[in-house]
Design a protein around this ligand. Structure first.
Ligand SMILES: Nc1nc2c(ncn2[C@@H]2O[C@H](COP(=O)(O)OP(=O)(O)OP(=O)(O)O)[C@@H](O)[C@H]2O)c(=O)[nH]1
Length: 616
């Protein structure tokens, strides 16, 4: 950009429900503005991570600066593509802090879904300009997807969000139809940022990534002043001083610039090496010109915790450094050191949901070549202690329990509490009966029910978090043939009758599967886990007793019969290389096993075992 004028800047995010077409719209915007060449290969260009491409979802918000000329004026448009899944809504709220407006994409076929509602309210509460866009819709031929019904979706938007029907723009992101109109609307409707270059530097760190060679790359939004190479800056959070090595914009790859100005969004490299140095939500200011720090962000609140241990203990230090680096790229993961008698030294990690946990695990494997053991996920329970000894030990009466191994005994507790969430379900009305039954089975209490139009209903339920965290979404999808959607927000704690259940293999506890559950569900869960484990464990040379226990009391049992798998039997002792190959393959298979007593369990069995069968 040759000349700078804050009047010609627009900062906006694209928000939507999962799969409604955010990343595809971002591709078209990048093409129209000449940011990337127009080819058939541009598919979700901003989804850079391998895990994003494989799963076809966005997990990390990505920024891109676009240059666009309209009516003789050159504009700088800073676009942030955000994830749609509920586990990553923290990324959305952070991204919005760097924006003055949003494009709210709604699929013309599916209409308003649970995350559409959640994301709309994030933008609305942040007082951002909102541009509703109906996607998957040709304008000329009326129909892109067969069941597209833009009129119906426009009416839903008017009813739920109070946005007049004629403000919606109908597009096909895939075909590029009418997408230019969206850009024009961005310029007309989203206000330029109201910041001055003459003010002292005030830069918000709204995201950060870690580069193996260059250290921390901080994504910043300038709320005042300007910044360039050589400037001495200070972090409001750590009070540490840095010299700026490089500033620039993302197009979408890093493009160094001489300067960044108030109102712009870009990146900064300033020799930050430690994970803790690039705190998201931090304010950077010029050395000797301190400013009032920006409010920052509420820290991400982990919803599920699980233990993580290296498969092979010699890998402990490598895993430690991989974790440090990956958590810098994903600061919503909380990490506490932990250890267990069975698994040795490891960590207890907090995630925003199960998908987040799976994605993090996949990234460790793909980006850092690390293979780990994860224990059964648990939600953060609370216990009000009655034992004077324990109160003294913890230094407080109320403790949070994120590890079943530390679950205090009933005798030393006056009350247990479990976390709850307010869930929003949007569904075609024909599935309502089955969904209500599912919610009741999950101990949920109905709070609201609203018809969005004659075919669709929005239900609100208060759920115990542990009832939805593992597999509620899968269950909901399967009983509504994929049509119902779900989103939730934190709703505090409620008293609950909780117990700790252990799983034993030939009398040895399987630490990975110890869980805290509601008393009412103990027998059913115990029976189910034993049955599932029986399927997950390969037969071995001896009989295996699989038991569920509460304290010393066994509440369920399955028996796995002995079996001898002789892998080399087929080789007739003849071909020695073939025989060696088979033995090697068997040895490699064993590496992925975890030994409990003398029983070998595939290490990935633990999470699969926990998903409930009853919901199929
Ligand atoms: N028919 C049709 N399909 C579209 C259109 N826009 C996007 N899609 C398809 O919808 C699917 C989801 O698109 P994405 O752009 O990945 O959706 P997203 O909202 O970014 O998804 P998440 O990042 O996972 O939340 C892809 O298969 C796209 O090809 C469209 O205009 N018409």
């Amino acid at each position: 950009m040759s000349t700078y004028s804050v009047e010609s800047i627009r900062n906006f995010s694209i928000i939507a429900h999962v799969d409604h077409g955010k990343s595809t719209l971002a591709d078209r915007l990048l093409e129209i503005t000449g940011t990337i060449a127009k080819t058939d290969c541009n598919k979700q260009v901003l989804d850079k991570l391998q895990v994003e491409r494989e799963r076809g979802i966005t997990v990390k918000a990505q920024s891109a600066s676009l240059f666009y000329s309209h009516e003789g004026v050159n504009y700088l448009l800073n676009l942030i593509d955000t994830p749609g899944h509920v586990d990553f809504s923290y990324e959305v709220s952070r991204s919005l802090s760097a924006c003055q407006g949003v494009i709210l994409v709604v699929d013309a076929n599916e209409g308003i879904q649970a995350q559409t509602v959640a994301n709309f309210y994030l933008a609305f509460e942040a007082q951002l300009a909102i541009i509703p866009v109906i996607n998957k819709q040709y304008v000329v031929f009326k129909i892109d997807l067969k069941n597209a019904d833009p009129e119906r979706v426009e009416k839903q938007i008017e009813k739920l969000f109070d946005i007049p029907v004629d403000e919606c723009i109908r597009i096909s992101a895939k075909q590029g139809t009418n997408v230019e109109r969206v850009l024009q609307k961005v310029i007309e409707k989203i206000p330029p940022p109201q910041f001055n270059t003459t003010d002292p530097l005030k830069a918000l760190v709204f995201d950060s990534t870690f580069d193996h060679y260059r250290g921390v790359i901080a994504n910043i939004a300038l709320f005042g002043g300007e910044i360039q190479k050589g400037h001495k800056i200070v972090s409001a959070h750590t009070k540490k001083r840095y010299e700026v090595n490089e500033v620039g914009i993302l197009t979408p790859n890093e493009q160094p610039m001489h300067k960044l100005y108030a109102g712009q969004v870009g990146y900064l490299i300033a020799g930050m090496k430690e994970v803790t140095e690039a705190q998201i939500g931090d304010t950077l200011f010029m050395h000797k010109q301190p400013v009032e720090p920006l409010p920052g962000f509420k820290s991400a609140k982990p919803m599920v915790f699980a233990g993580m241990y290296p498969v092979d203990h010699s890998e402990y230090n490598n895993l430690k450094s991989a974790l440090e680096r990956l958590t810098l790229n994903d600061s919503s993961v909380s990490v506490h050191r932990d250890s267990s008698p069975a698994l040795g030294a490891g960590w207890r990690l907090g995630f925003l949901g199960l998908l987040h946990m799976e994605v993090f695990n996949q990234r460790l494997e793909q980006e850092y070549n690390m293979s780990v053991i994860l224990t059964a996920p648990t939600v953060p329970y609370k216990a009000v202690l009655s034992s004077a000894k324990l109160i003294k030990e913890y230094g407080k009466e109320e403790i949070t329990v994120i590890n079943p191994a530390q679950f205090p005994d009933k005798l030393s507790v006056s009350e247990y509490m479990e976390p709850t969430v307010l869930g929003t379900i949007v569904t075609p009305h024909k599935y309502i009966g089955k969904i209500i039954a599912l919610c009741q089975d999950r101990r949920a209490v109905q709070k609201d029910m609203l018809y969005i139009d004659e075919h669709r209903v929005m239900l609100k339920y208060l759920f115990p978090l542990n009832e939805i965290v593992l597999d509620f979404y899968d269950a909901l999808k399967s009983l509504s043939s994929g049509y119902a959607s779900f989103d939730y927000e934190d709703a505090g704690y409620q008293a609950a009758d909780l117990i700790k259940m252990d799983i034993l293999l030939n009398g040895n506890p399987v630490e990975e599967l110890a869980t805290i559950i509601h008393n009412d569900k103990a027998y059913a869960t115990g029976k189910f886990l034993c049955e599932r484990l029986k399927d997950a464990i390969p037969r071995q040379l001896f009989e295996i007793a699989i038991q569920a226990a509460i304290g010393k009391k066994i509440i369920a049992r399955e028996t796995l019969k002995a079996y001898r798998k002789n892998v080399v039997a087929k080789c007739y002792g003849g071909d020695i290389t073939r025989r060696m190959k088979l033995l090697k393959r068997q040895a490699e298979g064993k590496k992925l096993m975890r030994k409990i007593g003398n029983v070998e369990v595939p290490k990935d069995a633990f999470i699969h075992v926990l998903k409930r069968q009853s919901d199929k």
